[in-house]
Ligand binder design. Sequence first.
Ligand code: PLP
Length: 387
Amino acid sequence: MSEVKEREGYFGDFGGSFVPPELQEVLDYLYENFVRFKDDPQFKDEFNYYLKEYVGRENPLTFASRITEAWGGAKVYLKREDLNHTGAHKINNVVGQILLAKRMGAKRVIAETGAGQHGVATATACAMFNMECIIYMGAEDTRRQALNVFRMELLGAKVVPVSSGQGRLKDAVDAALNDLIENYKTTFYLLGSAVGPHPFPSIVKHFQSIISEESKRQILEKEGRLPDAVIACTGGGSNAIGAFAHYVNEPSVRLIGVEPELAPTLTQGVPSIIHGFKCLVLLDEEGNPKPTYSIAAGLDYPGIGPEHSYLKVSGRAEYVTVSNDEVLAAFQELSATEGIIPALESAHAVAYAKKLAATMSKDQIIIINLSGRGDKDVEQVFQMLKK
Ligand SMILES: *Cc1c(COP(=O)(O)O)cnc(C)c1O
């Protein structure tokens, strides 16, 4: 790792910023402000205040005794991001970025959303911080996720359906970027995962690192030692990078990201540029981003954060896939044994942990990052199991 020349905004050869000059100016301004405020004591106090009083942190690191017994190997702990307000880890990043937006004098927050989860988290925090909120969403996605559109509207956001292109996430990203270029003086673009051009991956990691800051302290309190493995699902990679951050320099801790078998970005991707940054991307024979599919909407993305791309090629982290059947089984097993219904995204991490735990000894420790709760997925699983 020491051979890698540290370039600003790069993780090894990945990351960077490949955008038009007018957008680059906006990103430079954002980076300047991020650097200025991220370690500012008052800013940190304010972030911690809202994490505690609004998000409900710190959340527990729960020893899952029944699943440990059922799997018959390593001790299993669950980092409970599912207990956060709005039911997932996304709110950590949203609160951090909105506080930054306020410091930068923005009055208006824009975001893009695919299935709606990031849009709902953004609309939630905008309501609380009294910010105007515009959510761009592919027209096709607004039809498939009508209830999430209503949720965002209840929270006071304006949802703008984007019908250009295929009316999907990528088109919503383009619309949001156009808005930003036109309105950057008053507007903050709130990105939802550890992806995008520099400095977004670093900003998102900074705010999500609270996950491993807490879990490290908690496991040392409970077990007096570090875990042997930390496991998280990867869509764009924000919950995983937050869950890994404070262990990256602890070589005894295995870091494992879990992908859907039909969106194996890190397992099968090649270096390429997508959405303004370089990462591992799934490409078809013609070199275009390949359509991905996941039963978990939050994992359905053909790219991945640049830092995960680097952790993969440098060998520091491992990335694996699980099948839909394994995910569905894990969803049901965690529900029935621990009384915790996981998000379908998080059930990917649970599914792999089951296979790994069985190969480990009883004095070893696994932490599963439970990125979210599964209430949102119950109806979908009901339909899938009926068939
Ligand atoms: C959005 C989401 C994910 C995937 O996003 P990452 O940026 O990869 O963390 C995972 N789990 C849940 C519950 C989500 O809502």
